[in-house]
Design a protein around this ligand. Structure first.
Ligand SMILES: Nc1ncnc2c1ncn2[C@@H]1O[C@H](COP(=O)(O)OP(=O)(O)OP(=O)(O)O)[C@@H](O)[C@H]1O
Ligand SMILES: [Mg+2]
Length: 101
């Protein structure tokens, strides 16, 4: 697998009244050149999952591997990774354009 999630769990705002478990024990792999669609009802964790793929969000526990290397390891070059694993956010217009100059 080129890109792999191993036992990934993610909790938003742990230890607060807003604590929310978004991902539970996710194991998933992507081969180079593969097309994968992730489908699920609103709030099921799709965006949270995707943001793990280039290290924008770090798993609360578990690992994300790119070419067998842990992308959240202290010395891993995440800047270089983001040149290879790109994200388009849910509202691409908001990513590209601002309302004010
Ligand atoms: N910044 C945040 N702080 C706290 N909870 C959050 C945050 N972002 C998402 N959540 C919660 O985590 C869960 C997963 O949200 P996520 O945005 O990953 O779902 P989604 O599948 O992308 O939903 P949608 O189809 O609406 O885009 C939801 O219960 C959501 O309310
Ligand atoms: Mg979403």
């Amino acid at each position: 697998m080129q890109l792999q999630l191993e036992n990934v769990n993610y909790v938003y705002e742990p230890g607060t009244a807003f604590e929310k478990k978004a991902l539970t024990d996710i194991n998933l792999g992507f081969e180079k050149g593969e097309f994968v669609a992730v489908i699920g009802h609103t709030g099921c964790g799709k965006s949270t999952l995707i943001q793990h793929l280039n290290g924008l969000v770090k798993p609360t526990s578990g690992r994300v591997l790119f070419e067998d290397e842990d992308i959240n390891a202290p010395n891993y070059n995440r800047k270089a990774l983001r040149g290879k694993v790109g994200l388009v956010f849910q509202y691409p217009d908001h990513q590209l354009f601002e309302e004010n100059i």
